[in-house]
Design a protein around this ligand. Structure first.
Ligand code: ADP
Length: 177
């Protein structure tokens, strides 16, 4: 990543994060109760490298982050090897899995593939600090929250694109900063 001087001090995490106002909402996974089929559809319909896991759609409270490739491998393995895992099986990222009602297929427990402490910043964090953290911790992505609610995501590429945009739009501001 380029030197932090390229950011004016006013650029905040909320200016760089996705989704933008006009974008579809963040694609998240809820920690209990999504079916294998629902998650396979999410994977097929999007190309994101990963998905935040939240307590519920209503709360948007962050639980962890799961990589797309780990989800794909785990679901494939479970379908092949784990007795009884089918499209309607429910997926759990929780510590404890509630007993499934009679006649329900066995659940699939995926807490093990989740990053339990993904890096987060608030929407008001200055981007020069975010860039520092990306560099020092070698992050690929970082989640953005407001009052504990998940708002968005910033990837390394988002930062690079934003820097390029600033450079194109207003070259003078870079000289003066
Ligand atoms: P990259 O930015 O390296 O291409 P991704 O493919 O994961 O990485 O993300 C592509 C774009 O989608 C980025 O702008 C990123 O901020 C956004 N994004 C990443 N994950 C999600 C998600 N789960 N829901 C919505 N947008 C996402």
């Amino acid at each position: 990543l380029e030197p932090k001087e390229e950011f004016s001090h006013k650029t905040l995490a909320m200016d760089v994060m996705r989704p933008r106002h006009s974008d579809p909402p963040l694609s998240v996974i809820t920690q209990d109760g999504m079916s294998v089929e629902e998650i396979e559809t999410l994977i097929a319909d999007t190309s994101y490298s990963g998905f935040p896991v939240v307590v519920s759609q209503e709360s948007q409270r962050l639980v962890g982050f799961v990589l797309r490739r780990d989800l794909i491998i785990s679901i494939e393995n479970a379908r092949q090897r784990q007795e009884g895992v089918v499209s309607t099986s429910r997926i759990f990222f929780t510590e404890y899995t509630p007993p499934q009602p009679p006649n329900f297929p066995p659940p699939l427990k995926l807490r093990g593939i989740m990053d339990l402490s993904p890096f987060t910043v608030t929407d008001h964090t200055a981007m020069d600090i975010v860039v520092d953290i990306f560099r020092k911790l070698g992050l690929r992505q970082c989640l953005v929250t407001h009052n504990g609610r998940l708002l968005g995501i910033i990837t390394k590429k988002d930062i690079l694109k934003h820097m390029a945009q600033i450079a194109n739009r207003d070259p003078d501001s870079i000289l003066f900063n």
